[in-house]
Write a protein that binds this ligand. Structure first.
Ligand code: 2IP
Ligand code: CA
Ligand code: CA
Length: 371
């Protein structure tokens, strides 16, 4: 099943190309950043386009994975629905067609007949990038496609993607917001137990060439199953005397912030955008723990980075359950039947992402009785 990992790396890179094309090609970029001051139809259309980038990426991933692994068709889920209503009130089902021309025609019907924009998108969807990763290629993965399901977040931290602020990243430092927080997340789980077993993260806007002005991305992957724990990342080395740090959403509850400050110290709390980016910060050792007390993330946000953390010896625990009955890892196979729509797949109890069990236990002790 290293074939699946290779395919996910390739399709995540293609997703990153689509995300970059939407910002780099003028006819698409104009749609992305159009002023929201127009009439209602215009406002709706701009909203449509933002959603369209997400829908197109998700359908492309679903199409490519389903074509190579037919056993997985029906088990490839994501944040978006492919039913799409355009600014004219027409309903269109967004799919990837067998030729670039057909895909362009279909996309034009969603894009109010903007054929230039539709052709640019279709071209990115139908060009397969070459991705090479020697370590991933050499891996033996004991998994069977008919046992697996997939969660896709085509673009996480959409608000940062739209806002588009550029940061020059520095090794070893967390940057709280900007284009680099936007991530493509593809997570694979076992249908039987819901355990996350493989994850691919693509960061489309990792480095901007100062001369050409074009962006290149970076990918991260991890596999954790049947005794195999391998990742593109190595466990970050502990820095003596540095002390653990925590990353939070800026909208985290005051009571949680205060409890964590009293334990870790005020200068050890950091804030960052994007649920995926915050877990990536824990993976990379830019933070030791990510705590979220609200049910504001979903299975598609956490599945991929959760698999990477497991491969490094860590995990993502359900915060509410861990505060009640001891540690419980998030799983990915069962909806909450009592909920409707996206809420069925929310991580209702909040979460704690960690590399070290000891850090998880400290957080649970610190927050016990406070929420
Ligand atoms: C969002 C995105 C937000 C995050 C929220 C996710 O996903 O990652 O940034 O909030 O939980 O659902 P925060 O940044 O406060 O952690 P999307 O951008 O895909 O809607
Ligand atoms: Ca998301
Ligand atoms: Ca998203």
């Amino acid at each position: 099943m290293a074939d699946l990992l290779r395919l996910l790396l390739q399709v995540a890179e293609k997703a990153a190309n689509v995300a970059r094309v939407c910002r780099q090609e003028a006819p698409l970029f104009q749609l992305l950043v159009q002023e929201k001051t127009g009439d209602d139809k215009n406002k709706k259309f701009v909203q449509d386009f933002k959603t369209l980038a997400d829908v197109v990426i998700q359908e492309m991933i679903r199409h490519d994975v389903g074509a190579q692994f037919p056993e997985m068709v029906g088990f490839i889920h994501g944040e978006e629905s492919n039913k799409f209503e355009n600014g004219l009130g027409e309903s269109v089902t967004v799919t990837v067609c067998s030729t670039e021309g057909e895909t362009a025609t279909l996309l034009a019907s969603v894009l109010d007949n903007n054929h230039t924009a539709a052709s640019l998108l279709a071209r990115a969807i139908h060009r397969d990038p070459v991705t090479t990763d020697a370590q991933a290629d050499a891996l033996m993965v004991p998994l069977n496609p008919s046992d697996l399901g997939i969660w896709i977040d085509p673009i996480d931290a959409t608000s940062q993607y739209i806002e588009g602020r550029e940061e020059v990243l520095e090794e070893g430092r967390l940057f709280p917001s900007g284009l680099h927080c936007a991530l493509v997340l593809i997570g694979v789980y076992l249908r039987s137990s819901g355990e996350p077993v493989m994850g691919v993260i693509n960061q489309p806007f990792n480095y901007k060439d100062p001369v050409s002005g074009s962006w290149s991305g970076r990918h991260f992957w991890g596999v954790s199953c049947g005794g195999v724990n391998t990742s593109s990342e190595s466990r970050p080395k502990d820095v003596p005397d540095r002390g653990p740090s925590v990353v939070l959403s800026s909208s985290e509850k005051q009571v949680v912030k205060e409890a964590l400050i009293s334990f870790y110290g005020p200068d050890k709390l950091m804030y960052a955008s994007g649920a995926g980016y915050k877990i990536l910060c824990v993976i990379q050792g830019l933070a030791d723990i990510y705590v979220l007390s609200e049910g504001s993330t979903f299975k598609w946000d956490s599945c991929a980075p959760h698999a990477l953390l497991r491969a490094l010896g860590g995990g993502v625990a359900d915060l509410a359950e861990s505060l009640q009955d001891g540690q419980t890892e998030l799983t990915y196979h069962q909806p909450r039947e009592e909920c409707k729509g996206a809420d069925r797949w929310a991580n209702h109890g909040g979460l704690v992402a960690y590399r070290d069990q000891a850090q998880l236990h400290s957080v649970i002790r610190t927050l016990k009785g406070k929420l």
